[in-house]
Design a protein around this ligand. Sequence first.
Ligand code: INI
Length: 159
Amino acid sequence: MQPVIHQGHLNASGSRFAIVASRWNDFLTARLVEGALDALERLGADEGAVELFKVPGSFEIPLLALRVAQTKKFDAVICLGTIIRGETPHFEYVAGEATKGIAQAGMQTGVPVIYGIVTADTLEQAIDRAGVKAGNKGFDAAMSAVELVNLYKNVTGDK
Ligand code: INI
């Protein structure tokens, strides 16, 4: 027997998106923001449908993502940042809290809160994931956001 398959369409038209991006490692995170905007534009997002919120570091991303999601003004929140391991255990704490918090913000609000944080051991790895050798994590996160928005609408019967 064939199941009824539900999948989110890649159509951003008619939906509103928030991007929450950190300023740490901004030369890389800015590329992720560009990638996300490129994806949203290519998928048909309306003019004025995307708003960008900037926070100091990745630790603060879930704090703001939760606030933004709670407003219910956006169909999805896309979280973008870059955390590079370096020599200290700081990396583990920042990456751990950002990851947990982003998941919690999505669960708590019922709004898709998408994880687009590059966690890398080295600067070179981070550069590769910001649009060089390994794609652009911002672009991928925006694609996931659009897919989830449409899948949520499908589940609730809005679309
Ligand atoms: N924040 C990042 O976004 N990336 C990092 O690599 C990073 N490192 O390595 O420390 C980082 N730290 C700052 C942190 O996110 C907070 O902004 C800060 O601790 C204030 O709460």
